[in-house]
Design a protein around this ligand. Structure first.
Ligand SMILES: Cc1cc2nc3c(=O)[nH]c(=O)nc-3n(C[C@H](O)[C@H](O)[C@H](O)COP(=O)(O)O)c2cc1C
Length: 188
């Protein structure tokens, strides 16, 4: 791969919502490649702190029920609606795979370093998804702090996000960034 091709994948990676996923599934081979890419993220002291929980099949329905429960508990009754509840369920069921982004802190180094390594692992997955025509995005709702009510988490392990994934129905939308020149200072 030449640098232009890599830059193209990096720039075309988008946050793709489940309403934009098709019903076509992601194969086990593709999923393995995506997870394998995460495993090659750089990490200080080789603690490899990233942990992933893949929710698929019938477990997606259980996950949707859990997300609705948290949504209702966190939403004042006057702000609750069937439409919002349906949207929470839809997000889980329209995704082919839902991956919980977790991290097990080693306490060998500052926590931010392990969170940085975990974020890089997610970026690897996100780019791999882009190269495969799979839409995905990192969601960080309040429910992540209560994830141990849905799945067993080890000691020192926490959830930092939900990575929704599904095969893309259409094209990736374009986005923009402010110029890099505004964010770089050369010290000479
Ligand atoms: C740590 C992290 C948490 C995020 N949480 C959410 C979220 O809760 N809801 C959401 O819609 N997008 C979330 N995003 C996605 C961003 O909104 C998205 O990356 C940003 O709008 C830029 O769009 P792009 O990814 O298509 O370039 C999150 C992204 C990151 C890196």
């Amino acid at each position: 791969m030449n640098p232009e091709e890599l830059l193209h994948i990096i720039k075309s990676r988008r946050s793709v919502m489940p309403t934009q996923y098709s019903e076509e599934s992601i194969s086990a081979e593709e999923l393995n490649k995506i997870l394998e890419s995460a495993n090659w993220a750089p990490n200080h002291k080789r603690t490899e702190p990233w942990r992933f929980k893949v929710i698929e099949g019938d477990a997606k329905t259980r996950f949707a029920e859990f997300m609705v429960k948290i949504h209702l508990e966190n939403t004042p009754i006057e702000a609750q609606s069937e439409r919002k509840k349906a949207a929470v369920i839809e997000k889980c069921l329209l995704s082919d795979k839902v991956v919980l982004i977790c991290m097990k802190t080693s306490h060998l180094l500052p926590e931010w370093e392990e969170l940085a390594a975990t974020s890089m692992a997610v970026q690897n997955m996100w780019l791999m998804c882009t190269s495969m025509g799979i839409g995905s995005y990192w969601s960080s709702p309040g429910a992540i702090s209560r994830m141990k009510e849905f799945v067993e988490l080890e000691e020192n392990e926490n959830c930092y996000g939900i990575f929704y994934m599904g095969r893309l129905k259409g094209e990736l939308h374009e986005s923009s960034r402010n110029p890099i020149e505004n964010k770089v200072q050369f010290i000479r």
